[in-house]
Design a protein around this ligand. Sequence first.
Ligand SMILES: Cc1ncc(COP(=O)(O)O)c(C=O)c1O
Length: 374
Amino acid sequence: MIRPRAAVERLKKYRPPMEGRSGKLRLDFNENTVGCAPQVVRALRRALTPEMLTRYPEYGESRITLARHFGVKPEELLITNGSDDAIKAICDAFVDPGDVLLVPAPTFPVYEFFHNVAGGAVERVRYDEQFRLPVKSLVTAINKKTRWVALASPNNPTGTEISKPDLRTLLEGAPHVLVLVDEAYFDYSGRTVLPWIRKYENLLVTRTLSKAFGLAALRMGFIFGNPELVELMHRAQNPFQVNSLALLAASIAIQHEGHVKRYAAQVRANRERVYRWLASRGIPYVPSSANFILTRVGERAPEIAQRLRAKGILVRDWSYDPHLKGYLRFTIGSRNQTRRFLEELEKHERLIETRNGTTAWRNFVTYSQTGWFA
Ligand SMILES: Cc1ncc(COP(=O)(O)O)c(C=O)c1O
């Protein structure tokens, strides 16, 4: 048996449930639940010719168009195969074995994943009980070995954002440490620090077309930063990392941003409805700036997720994280999808530990201490 690199040998085997999702109401991956702009599908159909498929992709023109759309210079943008791949690009260019990645916990696990593949070590700073980011602890945790800090804003799975003053403190407190702000859910929050890449040489920002744009299957992501950082990541990138169909879809999708804006507005309205539904039943949740909500349903969370799955509704059970036992995260979709989900959840209400406490309250954060029950 041929041995892998030590870093690969150390990797844990965990993978989220990624198969068998077709035909179900998929509220488990924070995707767009209704679909991309129809113009994108039409353009892809028209473009699918043998001639087009024989050619290797060309990036120059797309880079210019996309950069213009995002309000940056082409040299401030790297196009990646989904934003997962943007995270990999950071690790490929900047992480040596033993380097430290600092992340809040809980957060999107892919930062740690690629950092571990590169042989790096991870330090975590936990959100406090009210799911606020302890920025002071983050700054104090930074030392000589810290190579980068990864912050999703809005964060997955909490849906919370990092405030601009907090981010400034971090960027200015550690000018030699790379800081990634992952804006995968920007289309729902509407808040960005993208223009800051001109101000802070240690800032990288990522975006994706997988979420509100409804193009997760095509894998289209972006990383923004000052031209020197971008050039270093480009140097280490596979020359044909993104396929021509994804490039074409992106160029059409950005022309129909109105579709995304309308969808995001519907999601925000449905999110309010879900808040009211949860609050009226005493089910705690974290107010979210994204298209998903993290709720505490209690120790029978895995069973609730299973029962929903049996009815064709997928949600994400976060109980595998020792600090999030009893938490479910679910995506907010259209009004009808949201109604269907809540109607099904209601059938399992007796399994849910509510604030009013019909079920035992073991291992529960006390609500009097938490500001996040709205
Ligand atoms: C915070 C965050 N960043 C990045 C991604 C990855 O998205 P992509 O499909 O662009 O790789 C996700 C997907 O769940 C996410 O939640």
